[in-house]
Design a protein around this ligand. Structure first.
Ligand SMILES: Nc1ncnc2c1ncn2[C@@H]1O[C@H](COP(=O)(O)OP(=O)(O)OP(=O)(O)O)[C@@H](O)[C@H]1O
Ligand SMILES: [Mg+2]
Length: 250
């Protein structure tokens, strides 16, 4: 059963069709990667799923309902979370408070924020700590967010996305800009999330994608040119021409 599927989803910016009639289904609990060269439309596809952009045409069916054109705050409440938006971190707040706020924001109502202290919400504090455990940052919960390394900031961004207890997690190049050590850590972390969350992963590091994905969709100039299991994608001649070049083993 797909948790989310798109039907001929399209986004045009003037004459440029960044996402062109993309039909794609992601099974509940699976890790589905989207790969493709720079400018292929991958991030725009995420922006459509999260409601940051309204589609020009097509449908997005999430958990059985059409959510195309729904504003982003509503979509977040439906359970779609995206990671790697650095602006969502408050640098002077502690790591725990950053995650706590994300958990709080997911709640139905903001009433009470003005007069209740954070420790008046034990369930949320517990959720925030559990998520920090999950991403390996529990030991640094009290540190200010600005005091941690680049790799740890990425872990924190992931914790912030998880704090909302999402049903669908969108990861846009989680290892971009990380050192090879930090990349390994991030890859290990995403592996621990696999199966527990439904994940769509955009990633350029092809070995990571091949080793981790249940299915892969390949985008090129806004269109999906191939879809399949990693081994099928690796064998696909059109994909190799468009994207993999010499990287894929023959
Ligand atoms: N808001 C926008 N307005 C106009 N054009 C845009 C906008 N956002 C993206 N584009 C264009 O749409 C195309 C797809 O961009 P997108 O960022 O989705 O690619 P991508 O596959 O994520 O690339 P990368 O691998 O470099 O991140 C590009 O040509 C880009 O310049
Ligand atoms: Mg992108």
């Amino acid at each position: 059963m797909p948790l989310v599927r798109t039907e001929r989803l399209t986004k045009a910016f003037g004459a440029l069709v960044a996402v062109n009639a993309v039909t794609l289904a992601v099974d509940e609990g699976s890790l589905h990667s989207v790969i493709g060269p720079n400018g292929a439309g991958k991030t725009t596809f995420f922006n459509l799923l999260t409601g940051q952009l309204a589609p020009t045409s097509g449908r997005i069916v999430f958990d059985g309902r059409d959510i195309a054109g729904t504003p982003s705050h509503r979509i977040a409440h439906l359970g779609i979370a995206r990671s790697f938006q650095r602006t969502s971190i408050f640098p002077t707040l502690s790591i725990l408070d950053n995650v706590w706020l994300a958990a709080f924001a997911r709640q139905a109502s903001w009433r009470g924020l003005a007069w209740r202290r954070t420790d008046g919400y034990p369930a949320l504090a517990e959720r925030a700590m559990a998520v920090l455990e999950e991403v390996g940052l529990a030991g640094k919960a009290a540190a200010p967010a600005r005091a941690i390394s680049h790799g740890e900031q990425r872990q924190l961004e992931l914790a912030i996305a998880l704090a909302a207890n999402p049903r669908l997690l969108l990861l846009d190049e989680p290892a971009a800009g990380l050192s090879s050590d930090e990349t390994q850590k991030m890859v290990a972390l995403v592996r621990t999330l696999k199966g527990r969350y439904t994940i769509i992963l955009i990633e350029h590091k092809i070995d990571v994608v091949m080793s981790m994905s249940d299915r892969i969709s390949v985008m090129h100039f806004g269109s999906v040119i191939a879809e399949g299991m990693p081994a099928e994608i690796q064998r696909n001649a059109e994909v190799r021409r468009a994207y993999l070049g010499g990287i894929a083993p023959s």
